[in-house]
Design a binder for this molecule. Sequence first.
Ligand code: ZN
Length: 52
Amino acid sequence: MAAKREQAILKCTECGNENYHTTRNKKTHPTKMEILKFCPHCRKKTLHKEKK
Ligand SMILES: [Zn+2]
């Protein structure tokens, strides 16, 4: 079995670009992440959601 850390991909909710790859600890972040981050495609801060 692999480590408990899960790969999470943060996807821009406006253009659908997958801009950020991160790892997530299920214990500290049991829910899906939603973060305001800069999207180079939209060239502004947009809401990024974790892709499953
Ligand atoms: Zn975008």
